[in-house]
Design a protein around this ligand. Structure first.
Ligand code: ADP
Ligand code: MG
Length: 727
């Protein structure tokens, strides 16, 4: 049979199997099937330890039948079959109603797949799928390692195993597989050919086979990804932008003169780096990462001022209306008369600051659009509304994206397209990015880092409040909050949900929650702002001035409440994660995070950054029902124990799957990244990056490597590429 990687599976497998594989696992072609790697391998003598299984887990175990008993059910007609399976130390109950499995005989070996349930405090599988060894696939069962594939209800691991075997038998050892990796690359890094690697990953004879194969298959993923990124970097350098050199005596000097503080060493150094790059024709593409509170805004503002001085416009894209308004307010205050050119008290040598958000009234919006289009506004601050087609710039020279993790490459590009020539781009993020992520998700950007916080900051102390283990601590937490308010400070109480929703809607734009807990999710719904606020008003915080803030409020209302909080007219703000990003109220010193386990590690770190902004020491209390010993409890303890953002980013990586980090579909199957680990494969990724850059730098690029070019094209155009964009 003539088969190649593009052959559709219904030509090699049964029609029904091919259909469910396509529907449930997204496997359409031979290539899809061969790239559907086992998740792990089962061995005899190694049944997953029972204690490690959680109720609700869907698992496959390899075990031997120990005991089978069938009896009539007492309360209803029919029979109940109980089967004990085991393997060495562990054993487990399987339960079947009205069903007798002919092959379920004592001593038989098989794979059992199902969802772990609980009955009378013992773990059990009800109605598991079983695949018992029969004469037919003896050869498969005799293998030392039995592949366990990501599977679904109708496409079990052994169906996949058998399909791969069918394909193998039909094609004589994957002889049709062409290797996209250039031979030199393979030789340099000691990698086996693709056909051999695929054979080893699907049908290994031992541990070394798996290791060798994985190394090679990871290279496929890393190199393709790095080629896409290197291609983007190159394309960006090919089209020149406009140089925006520094001009003395302008806005930038005025900003510097007006700053109420001295720049930190880091701010100065990064500032110079930016100034140099802006002065070049080649558009800047830079990622600025710096801890929460490290003072990124002023660095961006100085770059924006330089561009305005050079005759261009600068746009600052913020993730929320609250933040956009706060930026506009801050920038206007700092510029003074220089930001009010054209007004009576304005300085004619200055410029204007336009604020463009979705909630502007029609007249104000028209006015802002005109200012931007005519170039009167040199500085334009806004939300997603800036991306709309109706927004035109006279001469867009610099795009600054604040808190990048809420924006994607697409949106960056939409703004970039608004310049007559490609503008310079500065992306800012407070989420520290491990090197591997910088090389992948952000691989088309150069990186600068602000490591130092401005001096005179109080810092934050964090503690976990385990309400199950220590209910009294919560009372103490509210007392602490009252003490701070009595001392003239302010506080946040953060909850995961708004409350009283029509559907079960989450805070918009809040994708990176806590990792899903294993096990059936039968927990109570997360605490809601509206409920908690009401309870506090009447209870623990009675008498304090309390206000709520969340994404469902009208933007003017949000803005008004934020302003009241900033002005000190509100003591306690009960809010969702709308306060996560960039909100700056230095007098706020306490934050109580309710249901803290429902938030991701980085998110918690961001959140508590809100109470580290003034001279006073901040206090962050992470309230959770998780017990201290559980994985969740330990995760929270780790957040409380360190304020090192890089360490937390690593922890975050560990608790989220690679696919999630890369922003892929939950199944991970679209990410194109299946084996590569951002935690463990730093060196491999670095090597692949170097190979990719070198390959593209040659005269012929990928012209001599059509297989590789095809993989790259597939990744770049495929929806899989979205993983690069949704980080
Ligand atoms: P982030 O990096 O989190 O965006 P911001 O730019 O909002 O941080 O800065 C946090 C606070 O620190 C702001 O109130 C800002 O005015 C102040 N700040 C920035 N740079 C300095 C500095 N060099 N010295 C003192 N305070 C500073
Ligand atoms: Mg900020």
């Amino acid at each position: 049979m003539a088969v190649d990687m593009a052959t559709r599976l219904d030509r090699v497998l049964g029609a029904k199997t091919a259909r469910v594989m396509a529907e449930q696992l997204g496997l359409h072609t031979v290539r899809d099937l061969l790239r559907h790697y086992p998740r792990r391998y089962a061995r005899r003598g190694e049944m997953t330890r029972l204690e490690d299984l959680q109720v609700g887990d869907r698992v496959t175990v390899l075990a031997q039948v120990r005991k089978v008993t069938t009896r009539k059910m007492r309360n209803r007609p029919g029979t109940l079959t109980e089967v004990t399976v085991g393997d060495g130390a562990g054993s487990m109950q399987l339960v079947f109603f009205n069903r007798k499995h002919a092959n379920l005989r004592e001593g038989a070996w098989g794979l059992f797949a199902g969802t772990v349930g609980e009955y009378r405090r013992a773990k059990q599988f009800a109605h598991p799928d079983c695949h018992l060894m029969t004469g037919d696939d003896d050869e498969d069962w005799a293998r030392a390692l039995i592949p366990i594939y990501p599977a679904t209800k109708d496409v079990s691991s052994w169906v996949i195993q058998r399909s791969v075997k069918l394909l193998l038998d039909a094609t004589g050892g994957f002889g049709f597989v062409e290797d996209p990796l250039p031979e030199e690359v393979r030789a340099r890094h000691g990698l086996p050919g693709l056909a051999a690697a695929l054979l080893d990953i699907h049908r290994p004879t031992g541990e070394e086979d798996v290791e060798r194969a994985e190394q090679r298959l990871k290279w496929d993923e890393a190199l393709t990804l790095q080629l896409v990124l290197a291609g983007r970097r190159r394309a960006a350098t090919l089209e020149p932008g406009i140089a925006r050199p520094r001009r003395p005596g302008g806005l930038l000097d005025a900003v510097d003169a007006g700053l109420p503080f001295a720049l930190t060493e880091g701010q100065r150094a990064v500032g110079e780096e930016l100034a140099r790059e802006l002065a070049r024709e080649q558009p800047m593409h830079r990622l600025l990462q710096g801890e929460v509170g490290s003072g990124k805004t002023v660095v961006a503002l100085r770059a924006m001022a330089q561009v305005v001085d050079a005759g261009g416009q600068a746009a600052l894209l913020a993730p929320t209306e609250v933040l956009a308004a706060q930026h506009a307010r801050g920038i206007r205050a700092l510029l003074g008369p220089l930001g009010r050119a054209g007004e009576l008290d304005g300085d004619p040598a200055g410029t204007r600051v336009a604020l463009l958000t979705g909630s502007l009234k029609a007249a104000a919006r028209r006015e802002a659009l005109a200012e931007v289009a005519e170039g009167r506004a040199g500085i334009v601050v806004g939300t997603h509304a800036l991306l709309q087609e109706t927004v035109e710039f006279a001469d867009l020279g610099l795009v600054v994206v604040d808190e990048q993790h809420r924006f994607g490459v697409e949106q960056r590009d939409a703004l970039r397209a608004k310049g007559s020539r490609p503008p310079h781009v500065l992306v800012m993020t407070a989420t520290p990015i491990p090197r591997t992520v910088a090389m992948t998700v952000y691989g088309d950007l150069e990186t600068s880092t602000l490591r130092q916080l401005p001096s005179g900051r109080g810092g934050v102390r964090s503690s976990v409040v385990p309400v199950r283990d220590r209910p009294a601590w919560l009372d103490r937490a509210w007392e602490r909050l009252r003490e701070e308010v009595a001392a003239g400070r302010q506080a946040y109480v953060v909850c995961p949900r708004i409350g009283e929703e029509a559907g079960a809607e989450e805070e918009p734009g809040d994708a990176d929650g806590a990792p899903a807990e294993e096990g059936g999710d039968e927990r109570r719904p997360p605490l809601a702002v509206l409920d908690v606020a009401e309870a506090l008003r009447e209870g623990a915080l009675a008498g304090l001035r309390l206000e709520v803030l969340h994404g469902r409020l009208a933007p003017e209302e949000k803005e008004a409440r934020m302003r009241a909080f900033a002005a000190g007219d509100v003591d306690v703000l009960v809010a969702t994660t709308v306060v996560e990003v960039g909100v700056d109220v230095p007098n706020a010193t306490v934050m109580v995070v309710m249901d803290a386990d429902r938030f991701g590690v980085s998110q918690l770190h961001q959140l508590r950054g809100r109470v580290a902004r003034g001279r006073h020491e901040g206090l962050c209390l992470l309230v959770s029902e998780a017990s201290g010993g559980s994985a969740t409890g330990q995760r929270l303890a780790a957040v409380a124990a360190t304020s090192d953002g890089f360490e937390l980013a690593r922890l975050d990586l560990e608790t989220r799957r690679e696919g999630d980090v890369l922003g892929a579909a939950q199944s991970g199957r679209r990410s194109g990244i299946k084996l590569l680990s951002l935690l463990e494969d730093e060196q491999l990724i670095a090597e692949a990056r170097a190979e990719a850059t070198a390959l593209l730098a040659t005269e012929r690029g990928l012209a001599d490597h059509p297989g590789l070019a095809a993989e790259v094209a597939a990744l770049a155009t495929d929806e899989r590429a979205t993983y690069l964009e949704k980080a």
